[in-house]
Design a protein around this ligand. Structure first.
Ligand SMILES: Nc1ncnc2c1ncn2[C@@H]1O[C@H](COP(=O)(O)OP(=O)(O)OP(=O)(O)O)[C@@H](O)[C@H]1O
Length: 788
């Protein structure tokens, strides 16, 4: 990219001296740093600029950005980033370009919304929609007073007026070329080869840090895809061991309708490559497949002459404590069922790990810094790393994984590509799996798979122009958890493919499915009062009577009888019925806590929003007050026995991770404490299950817990990585950008056996499915740069 020629310092941002290196770090961290810019420079006025002049004058743009910030449209951070660029440009003797400052603030705004970059063409085509401005809910939902603006002041009148110009109006006359020209002629922007705060690649504009993450990930993937494997030659000893192992691990499929065993194919593909992704919906056997894969790889290692029989060092990780605990639970059983004795290479149980750790713990997180203990200078001691629930891993964390992995270590990502993307910026798994449904397997991959697995790859999955990444991505296509007729499965599939039919909705409304019920689906516009009463009733009982046959007579996929659906009365009754007291042993309390925590996970209300009557805050309050009325809890506010809590931030001192769920117990209950609600001196402790699958319980005093919320209701975002026997999804009475297909799909697929739906307006369900989460990013194109 050409840079402005007539400047004193052509490489002004190519910072090389120690002092400047500090500034480079500032630039990298610009979106995080409150102190990066002198706050005194923020003008005190918010009077709107003349829109026609705004893009001609720096001050006009900055004033406009200030008024957007004061209206809660964008974050203070976004404005400070634009001002940082202004300062840096001026320091280099360059007049800051108004359009560049605007684009800088908008790029920062988009990162705050989960995007990795801004695509200029998409932005200019429909700026307000792309940026979601004006927002549904102003940032932080702060009152003008909280934002330091006096009621009635000119500033307040300014920001509350409807006429605040939107980015769409401002950018209406601007072309992509004009944006690119302005950006290319500014020292604050480069193609990444200089240390500039913004990076422009084609039409994608990045904050430098995120561009760097994307580069790191793409390079880590491409480097691994390019590494030769001894398995690539079907006549090698390694390949023949792999083939033998897979034939032991995967028996020929009995089902005539599905001659392709996608689990076996996934194992073969993932074994061959130093980077692989296995994606699949709920119950498609991701865990089962990865356990078989690890056994097959250890088998290959055991027979390998070069490795001298040494087995691989394998680590298993998940992004949250909850997801790690869930994999811990399922993996132990799958490993114990492995036919190890029949495998070549003398594989023993000790060779297959069953302990799953969180990614933060694995990488060695440290307080007050996002830098991990393990990095390229101190890499992980690992040959194979498996990350489950990879859809929850954001770009920043994934870049840290690649940074900490030795160059020849194998990385295997597992997850459901259709789930909601990570809360923070990026949609790494979704992007890498964009082409997974169509396979795109090259002729050599097809031949190799035939040689190793004996399987003929369906023609619709072949593509002579497939790309290297395609050859390392496998999709599991058959659900083993849900029977063909399962409503949860059918509904999830229809949501995912946007093919919800009237007859399916009708079935959901009328208990036509045995496992799904839309509780108020017959009422198109129920009153808020009626819906709240329904939510309360359902939260207590689980409404088994609303399901077909009162939820009785069902069996799981192994033929075990399934108990009917329950609500929160289930775990609260268990809490009330015990007779433990201050003299009981720790083990007795632990046992009670284990069973109560398990009972709690039998039901969960999920919702889309945070605020308002349909949000997590309103629903928690509503449900708590109803449980109090029913005498199931002694109070509805503060700390009390029975209060379930969700940890909302990592606390390394306590060993608690974002997403951990605990339940409050009174360790010195009075005889009839619950019944009359009077607790003279309750000894309250919150019980958390340990995330290592050991079944241990950690008892923590409420006063030590910092970031938490009550969790009768949980957002769908927070529920990722968890599963509940019975899940109730509550959707609000009107559509908002938060309500998307991915959100509804993720909500439905949190249900293991029972799913119930409550809507504030019947049309919102289908309308939500029509909306998609699209995150701007360049990873998919970066990761496919080179053909093998
Ligand atoms: N090939 C198979 N044949 C029969 N049953 C299977 C097969 N693969 C998996 N299962 C069973 O299906 C269920 C789900 O499998 P598994 O837990 O491996 O799926 P998953 O995709 O990891 O699930 P989740 O969506 O919970 O992450 C388990 O009970 C497992 O034993």
């Amino acid at each position: 990219m050409s840079k402005k020629p007539n400047t004193d310092n052509q490489f002004a941002f190519d910072l090389k001296t120690p002092g400047e290196a500090g500034k480079a770090a500032d630039i990298d961290n610009a979106v995080d740093m409150d102190s990066a810019v002198d706050m005194d420079k923020t003008p005190s006025t918010s009077s709107g600029p003349d829109i026609s002049l705004a893009l001609d004058q720096t001050e006009s743009v900055l004033t406009l950005l200030d008024s957007w910030q004061q209206a809660g449209w964008i974050r203070p951070l976004d404005v400070r980033f634009a001002r940082l660029i202004q300062d840096l440009s001026e320091e280099q003797g360059e007049a800051p370009q108004p359009l560049v400052l605007l684009l800088a603030a908008l790029t920062s705004h988009q990162v705050g919304r989960g995007h990795v970059c801004v695509d200029l063409a998409t932005l200019l085509a429909d700026a307000d929609n792309t940026l979601s401005l004006p927002p549904e809910e102003p940032i932080g939902a702060l009152s003008t007073q909280t934002r330091g603006i006096l009621p009635g002041s000119p500033a307040e009148q300014d920001i509350t007026k409807d006429s605040l110009n939107s980015p769409g109006e401002l950018l209406a006359q601007v072309s992509t070329q004009q944006c690119q020209d302005a950006l290319e002629w500014t020292l604050a922007v480069s193609d990444g080869s200089h240390t500039t705060p913004l990076v422009l690649v084609g039409t994608r504009l990045y904050l430098r840090r995120f561009w760097r993450y994307e580069q790191q990930i793409a390079a880590g993937i491409l480097q691994r895809l390019a590494q030769p494997s001894t398995l690539a030659d079907p006549s090698s000893i390694a390949a023949s061991t792999l083939s033998k192992s897979l034939n032991v691990l995967f028996k020929p499929q009995a089902t005539a309708g599905s001659p392709v065993d996608y689990q076996k194919l996934a194992c073969a593909l993932a074994a061959r490559s130093r980077f692989a992704v296995i994606t699949g919906g709920p119950g498609t056997g991701k865990t089962t497949t990865v356990v078989n894969l690890l056994a097959a790889l250890q088998s290959v290692a055991g027979e390998s002459a070069e490795r001298d029989g040494r087995k691989y060092r394998i680590r298993l990780a998940a992004p949250t404590g909850k997801a790690a605990a869930r994999l811990n639970e399922s993996i132990g059983g799958a490993v114990s069922r492995l036919p190890l004795a029949q495998l070549p290479g003398q594989v023993s149980l000790a060779d297959i790990p069953t302990k799953v750790t969180t990614l933060h713990r694995l990488l060695g997180s440290r307080p007050d810094t996002r830098k991990f203990r393990h990095n390229r200078d101190n890499p992980l001691l690992v040959d194979i790393l498996v990350i489950d629930e990879a859809s929850m891993v954001d770009l920043d964390l994934m870049a840290s994984v690649f940074d900490a992995l030795p160059a020849n270590a194998q990385l295997i990502l597992l997850g459901d590509k259709d789930q909601l993307a990570s809360v923070d910026a990026g949609a790494v798994l979704g992007e890498l799996c964009q082409r997974a449904p169509e396979g795109h397997y090259l002729p050599e991959t097809v031949q190799w798979l035939k040689a190793i697995t004996g399987t003929d790859i369906p023609e619709n999955l072949q593509n002579p122009e497939g790309q290297p990444l395609d050859q390392a991505v496998a999709m599991l296509r058959k659900s083993y958890r849900f029977a063909e007729g399962s409503g949860i499965r059918q509904l999830a599939e229809a949501v995912n493919t946007n093919t919800l039919s009237d007859s399916m909705l009708q079935q959901a409304r009328s208990a036509g499915f045995e496992d799904v019920v839309w509780l108020n689906g017959r009422t198109s516009k129920p009153s808020l009062e009626d819906t709240q009463a329904l939510i309360c009733h359902h939260a207590v009982s689980g409404s088994p009577d609303a399901f077909r046959n009162n939820g009785e007579g069902r069996r799981d996929n192994k033929g075990k009888p399934l108990p009917p659906p329950v609500g929160y009365r289930h775990y609260l009754s268990l809490m009330q019925s015990h007779n433990l007291d201050a003299n009981s042993t720790t083990e007795q309390w632990n046992e009670l806590a284990r069973s109560v925590l398990e009972a709690f996970s039998d039901f969960q209300v999920l919702c889309a929003l945070r605020r308002g009557p349909w949000g997590v805050e309103g629903l928690n309050e509503l449900i708590a007050h109803h449980l109090l009325k029913q005498k199931l809890i002694p109070r509805a506010e503060g700390w009390y026995a029975g209060r379930p809590v969700l940890i909302t931030g990592n606390d390394y001192n306590l060993g608690l991770m974002n997403g951990d769920v605990g339940i409050t117990f009174n360790l010195s209950p009075g005889a009839d404490a619950h019944a009359n609600g009077i607790q003279p001196n309750p000894l309250l402790r919150v019980a958390f299950p340990s995330s290592d699958g050991s079944g241990d319980i950690r008892w923590i005093s409420p006063s030590r817990l910092q970031q938490l919320e009550t969790v009768y209701a949980m957002t769908v975002h927070k529920s990722q990585g968890s599963e509940f026997n019975h899940t109730c999804l509550v959707l609000p009475d009107r559509l908002s950008p938060v309500l998307t297909r991915e959100l509804v799909y993720t909500g439905i697929t949190r249900a293991k056996n029972w799913f119930s739906l409550i809507t504030g307006d019947a049309s919102v369900f289908s309308e939500s499915v029509g909306q998609r989460v699209v995150r701007a990013s360049g990873l998919a194109s970066e990761a496919r740069l080179h053909q093998t």
